[in-house]
Design a binder for this molecule. Structure first.
Ligand SMILES: [Zn+2]
Length: 454
């Protein structure tokens, strides 16, 4: 937390809070890591000034589901199916990870997120092969300075994924006591749970009871289609009386209407990863289906083995996909989509915060919330001129426009550069880790192992 007073001045404030609104030439006052005021001409003279001329001032993005540990094997499966992903990533690659590979993945992956303006991520960490692996995951998040929900998962390996008889590792109790005695820090704890079907029903009941005993939220993948598997995970959860408002459901791509109704009726939260769902064949992203049930979905990256690690791609993919679903059979009925750029920006910020139960802290520029703030440069060749700032963010901006990023008032990126990070050394560590992991599976191209040309 920073004890400085900061006044971010002269930017276009996109607050994502209806009671604050959008403010041209607005100001945001930050004190002790929190937003204390947002408005015009706040009359503050005793604060460090941050000039946001030519920039949008917005809340940091919230990624509600990312397997950050996979960062060292970025790109290993650029065009795979979900069946292939399970076989390679969970059945093979994950088993080659040393604790230091998990550390590098979470550290570098979190830096990647911060660089792209993602200030909060839920790290869905199913790489708990040993307690040392779990400790390394938490250490990586911590050192990067990101706000994260560490969602503790199970080890990799097929024995954990098909009607598994193995309970969620009890090590989560040690982790809670060691790292998460308070909810005040940048890191909080959740359970990365398996849907019924991935585990057997006794295990599901055990795991849910464990999360609730520990008082932590549950994040669970449901309804992603695999060849020849006929799951009904949400029906099973319903029948087992496991559903509730403490659950964020990921994908929901191959569920029945009844199952989607139950998610809405029980106050469930939603995380949709539209790019990967269409790429790998999880099923069609159920954005409109959730909205029709009154559930505002969030967006997530999922895997950087196949997906770029920023939210601009997710927002644009969600918007274009959902709109074309309104295409009609005949030109006699007008094309009348309802989803807009404002919706997907909400999904990527405030709805994300709600989905992982952090909206009391982040997701909008609201006085009293944490100062997780992004300055997006808009006087750039790909963004100028600006007419509708939300449209600029969703339609035109990319990571190159992310100029400055604050987490709890601390600058982690300034002037387009990560603060205090030697990016070349991060890349070297990623490459070393990649070579170790993939060489064991025969997945490393020969050229990667060769010394660089001088
Ligand atoms: Zn996932």
């Amino acid at each position: 937390m920073s004890s400085q007073r900061l006044l971010i001045r002269n930017g276009f404030v996109v607050s994502m809070d209806p009671s604050v609104g959008d403010i041209a030439r607005g100001e945001v006052l930050v004190e002790d890591g929190k937003i204390v005021d947002v408005g015009r001409d706040l009359g503050v003279s005793d604060a460090e000034q941050v000039d946001a001329t030519g920039m949008i001032v917005m809340p940091g993005f919230v990624d509600t589901h990312r397997h950050t540990w996979q960062t060292p094997v970025r790109g290993v499966l650029p065009s795979c199916t979900l069946d292939h992903y399970f076989a390679v990533m969970l059945g093979q690659v994950g088993g080659f990870y040393r604790p230091e590979d998990v550390y590098v993945g979470n550290w570098a992956g979190s830096l990647e997120a911060l660089n792209a303006g993602v200030t909060t991520l839920l790290d869905w960490s199913h790489i708990s092969n040993t307690p040392d692996h779990s400790d390394a995951a938490i250490q990586g998040l911590k050192e990067a300075g990101i706000r994260a929900v560490y969602a503790n998962g199970m080890p990799t390996g097929g024995e954990w994924w098909s009607f598994s008889e193995l309970n969620h590792p009890d090590d989560i109790r040690r982790i809670r006591d060691t790292y998460f005695s308070s909810d005040d820090g940048l890191l909080t704890l959740a359970m990365a749970a398996r849907q019924p079907g991935n585990s057997n029903f006794d295990v599901a009941k055990h795991d849910w009871a464990l999360a609730r005993e520990l008082g932590i939220p549950i994040s669970v993948h449901v309804g992603m289609r695999l060849h020849n598997l006929h799951y009904q995970p949400v029906k099973d959860m319903h029948d087992l009386d496991l559903m509730g408002p403490d659950i964020c459901y990921i994908h929901m791509t191959d569920l029945t209407d009844q199952e989607l109704d139950w998610i809405a009726e029980t106050g469930g939260k939603a995380s949709i990863a539209p790019y990967v769902e269409m790429l790998m064949g999880h099923g069609p992203p159920p954005i409109g289906k959730m909205l029709a049930r009154g559930v505002r979905p969030s967006l997530s990256i999922d895997v950087v083995s196949s997906v770029p690690g920023e939210m601009f791609t997710q927002m644009r993919t969600a918007l274009a996909y959902d709109r074309i679903l309104e295409f009609t059979d005949t030109p006699d009925v007008a094309f009348a989509p309802t989803l807009t750029h404002t919706d997907v920006l909400e999904f990527a910020t405030i709805d994300g915060a709600r989905s992982i139960m952090l909206d009391h802290k982040v997701g909008s520029l609201t006085p009293g919330k944490q100062a997780d703030i992004v300055l997006l440069q808009t006087d750039a060749i790909n963004t100028a001129p600006v007419l509708d700032p939300k449209g600029t963010i969703v339609t035109f901006a990319d990571t190159s426009n992310v100029d400055t990023v604050f987490v709890a008032g601390n600058a982690v990126k300034r002037g387009g550069e990560l603060v205090g990070v030697d990016v070349k050394s991060v890349i070297r560590k990623l490459e070393e880790s990649r070579n170790h992991i993939l060489s064991q599976g025969g997945l490393l191209p020969d050229w990667c192992a060769e010394p660089a040309a001088v």
